[in-house]
Design a protein around this ligand. Structure first.
Ligand SMILES: [Zn+2]
Length: 362
């Protein structure tokens, strides 16, 4: 039996930010990072909420540590906001989610993503870092009640961020179609999201701001897909490598795609092939479709200027060698493994790791 549940209001398109007026008069806790104060977006939000007391928590950093959740929860207890607003990329989203959980305060949770990839605005996942290990929290309370997809917030997105987050979106599609919780409903979202990403990601990277809403919506669709279907070994390894190497999550996902497709193919070949065909890659057999999908992903990765492995990403061999056991152990313990289409074994993790650590083949 399959299950699909996605209770979220999505406001999408130019002017979506205006939806915030709906909350005017209620106390608001706004979780963001310093950049959005400097860029004037926080001021814009305040202007939409003239009768609200807006408390800003701007301490969020990349790979947010669990301690931030406690600090934000203390603010909630002091100000008793009725609305929690998360503004920014994956990190402010993850931090706001953890604050909601830790505060035990009933708040309407509104997510305003400013990058197009994590899908955090639509998921019950939050990734926090504790003692150098990235740990996914999963709880229905972490899922926002509303997502505001405002394309004007994407105009200044740096190219590297478009590339990294866009490949994360595609990794969510790949994992969602293969995961043990996949249904026709999650598949439809993952297929639609991947189609949009293949059609428009490179244009967005090259500076076409008009297509950015497509990618933004695709990221939310992919988030809804994996929130229901689950993820897999690709994210387990992206989390463990990210915790140790501090490389962008999507960049790690992009390099892990080909070896993960190969490792999971014995169980997931038909699912990957269906995704490939939905993206316009016609092939006579499922095996050929998966080969073409892998080639298309590698081609896109190259065009987005992303590294194919850790050596190209500038990681020193001794860094990985020293931390190898830690990386493997954290990946095996990651709860994303639970929904991988095949049981995740040490041998599988080692095999995938070998492909992204090319200097260890010699
Ligand atoms: Zn991801």
């Amino acid at each position: 039996m399959g299950e699909f549940y996605a209770p979220i209001h999505i406001y999408s398109g130019p002017g979506a930010l205006e939806r915030l007026r709906h909350y005017n008069g209620q106390g608001v806790l706004l979780v963001t990072d310093h950049f959005f104060i400097e860029s004037g977006v926080v001021e814009k939000i305040r202007a939409l909420l003239p009768e609200s007391k807006v408390t800003v928590f701007d301490q969020v950093t990349a790979d947010p540590p669990a301690v931030l959740a406690a600090q934000g929860a203390a603010l909630c207890r002091r100000h008793r906001p009725g609305v929690l607003v998360a503004l920014g990329g994956g990190s402010p989203m993850d931090c706001a989610k953890a604050i909601r959980l830790a505060s035990e305060t009933a708040m309407t949770f509104v997510a305003i993503p400013t990058t197009s990839g994590s899908g955090a605005e639509a998921t019950s996942f939050s990734i926090l870092t504790h003692d150098g290990i990235k740990k996914p929290l999963v709880d229905p309370l972490l899922r926002p009640d509303a997502a505001i997809l405002e394309p004007t917030l994407l105009e200044a997105m740096p190219k590297a961020l478009i590339a990294d987050t866009g490949m994360d979106l595609l990794a969510h599609c790949l994992e969602a179609v293969a995961a043990t919780g996949a249904t026709a409903f999650s598949d439809a979202l993952a297929h639609g999201a991947a189609r949009l990403a293949f059609a428009h990601l490179e244009q967005s990277y090259r500076g076409e701001t008009a297509v950015r809403l497509f990618i933004h919506e695709a990221a939310t669709m992919a988030g809804m897909a994996f929130d229901n279907a689950g993820l897999g070994v690709l994210h387990a390894l992206a989390h463990s490598l990210g915790g140790v190497l501090h490389l962008p999550h999507g960049r790690l996902c992009a390099m892990l795609m080909p070896p993960v497709l190969a490792a999971n193919a014995p169980a997931a070949r038909p699912a990957y092939a269906a995704l490939a065909r939905q993206c316009g890659l016609q092939a006579a057999t499922d095996a050929l479709a998966v080969r073409d999908l892998t080639a298309a992903l590698c081609r896109l990765r190259r065009r987005l200027g992303l590294p194919a492995n850790l050596r190209e990403a500038g990681v020193a061999p001794e860094t990985v060698a020293a931390k190898r056991e830690e990386i493997v152990a954290a990946a095996l313990a990651d709860r994303c493994c639970e929904t991988n289409p095949l049981p995740v074994t040490r041998a599988m993790v080692e095999e995938i790791l070998k492909a992204v650590v090319p200097w260890q083949r010699q």
